[in-house]
Design a protein around this ligand. Structure first.
Ligand SMILES: NC(=O)c1ccc[n+]([C@@H]2O[C@H](COP(=O)([O-])OP(=O)(O)OC[C@H]3O[C@@H](n4cnc5c(N)ncnc54)[C@H](O)[C@@H]3O)[C@@H](O)[C@H]2O)c1
Length: 255
């Protein structure tokens, strides 16, 4: 796939949560290829360090990897302060980290509920809270929140995850309306079925199930992390300067 180059993204500070693997790693690679100053946060230190090394070789500039458990809001704030001190004001925030742990309604304890909201929504809120003043200081910004088609389609095994991913769209619209006058744009991306290494290992070990799901797409080809990254890069750049408060499905037209 050809990647469009957006000249305005060169040298911009781009912060990505959960960037060490899966779709987040595609974001790190795509923004680094744009010449952006990329920082990414993740609890997977091994994968994060390996990706930083790989991207340093391919793009010539090492992204800043900050190990961080986003469940700990103080740690998130400290990590974002470190990024700010190292790279300056963030122009772009991609709120990507999540966990789509399957659950059965009757079995979910209050503790598990809080954990799912913590890993899928709470850090999204507090990361945005931390970077909005930086974007105001530089006069514009783009926040991209990762939602999911799971809440639109009514995924039965994901009651809390689906709720959190719907909440992210409500939050996106609230933030976009509040900070539009500051030229801070806030959009969401709702991917369809993207078979990352983790998705295949945990939820889709059976190729037959993947094939069946793809027959429900209007375009029957695999939706890749790079397809999602293309949308993120577009939403980050000035090419989308009048687009805010939107949620974009990137799902091949899944019915
Ligand atoms: N893959 C899909 O089919 C799909 C579909 C719809 C939506 N999405 C959304 O796209 C985004 C990326 O999905 P993915 O499939 O690449 O996910 P993934 O599970 O493969 O990767 C998530 C990343 O977040 C990190 N992470 C998780 N918990 C963390 C924590 N507490 N602190 C720090 N880092 C943490 C993980 O280490 C990992 O690197 C998520 O928001 C997900 O909900 C994915």
């Amino acid at each position: 796939m050809t990647q469009t180059t957006y000249a305005d993204l060169a040298d911009r500070v781009v912060v990505i949560t959960g960037g060490a693997s899966g779709i987040g790693a595609a974001f790190v690679r795509a923004f680094a290829a744009q010449g952006s100053h990329v920082a990414f946060l993740d609890l997977d230190t091994q994968a994060g360090e390996a990706l930083a090394q790989e991207v340093a070789k391919t793009s010539g500039t090492a992204p800043l990897f900050v190990p961080c458990d986003l469940m700990d809001i103080d740690a998130l704030r400290a990590a974002l302060s470190k990024v700010h001190a190292s790279l300056g004001n963030a122009a772009v925030l991609v709120n990507n980290a999540a966990n789509d742990q399957r659950q059965v309604l009757s079995d979910v304890t209050p503790g598990e509920f809080d954990w799912m909201i913590g890993v899928n929504f709470k850090h999204v809120f507090f990361a945005a809270q931390a970077v909005v003043p930086q974007m105001q200081a530089r006069g514009s910004g783009s926040i991209i929140n990762m939602s999911s088609i799971a809440w639109m389609r009514g995924a039965p095994g994901l009651p809390v995850y689906a709720g959190a991913k719907a909440a992210i769209v409500g939050f996106t619209n609230s933030l976009g309306r509040k900070f539009g006058p500051d030229r801070i744009r806030v959009n969401a991306i709702a991917p369809g079925m993207v078979i990352t290494e983790r998705q295949r290992r945990l939820w889709y070990p059976d190729e037959q199930v993947i094939t069946e799901m793809r027959t429900r797409q209007a375009i029957p080809d695999a939706v890749t992390p790079e397809d999602i990254a293309s949308m993120a890069v577009y939403l980050a750049s000035d090419a989308s300067q009048r687009i805010t408060c939107q949620c974009f499905r990137v799902d091949g037209g899944l019915a």
